[in-house]
Design a protein around this ligand. Structure first.
Ligand SMILES: [Cu+2]
Length: 156
């Protein structure tokens, strides 16, 4: 049992090392990197995604398209008259080397009018369009979140 654990740690260390060695290569291969590609399970006909996006160059996201729903919009939140409201962001600037972090209560991608109800493990292909970089098709997966920290309302 103990030996097993040690062996697993060693292979994890090797995997981490391999990833570190690979990263510079990946950075050259693509100019925009995406992570946190999950869509929290959510009742209703809308869904949200909170990716992290890192661009190698100054750029901006001009639109996002998908055939999974009626529309895909970039939203942020702002306080107005003590009420938190969603505001649509038409164009999202990305600074070279600075990760754009989407998060509940802040920036989010909204999938409006899902064609089918959200099911766990379902894949969503979203195509990001940029001012400079080439279009990037990214796959998100619907995932059940165990902590209910998302108090964000996405009805209607
Ligand atoms: Cu929203």
């Amino acid at each position: 049992m103990k030996n097993n654990y040690v062996a697993m740690s060693a292979s994890r260390l090797l995997a981490a090392l391999a990833l570190t060695l690979l990263l510079p290569t990946l950075a050259l291969a693509a100019s925009v990197h995406f992570s946190e590609l999950t869509i929290p399970m959510h009742p209703g006909s809308n869904a949200v995604a909170y990716p992290t996006i890192l661009s190698d160059q100054d750029d901006s996201i001009t639109s996002i398209t998908s055939d999974c729903c009626t529309a895909v919009e970039l939203h942020t939140h702002e306080m107005k008259d003590d009420i938190m409201r969603m505001r649509r962001v038409k164009q999202l600037p990305l600074s070279a080397g600075t990760a754009m972090v989407f998060a509940p209560g802040g920036l989010h991608i909204m999938l409006i009018g899902l064609k089918n109800p959200l099911t766990e493990g379902e894949k969503f292909k979203l195509t990001f369009h940029f001012a400079h970089a080439a279009d990037e098709m990214v796959t998100f997966t619907a995932t059940h979140l165990h902590d209910a920290t998302d108090s964000h309302k996405h009805g209607e």
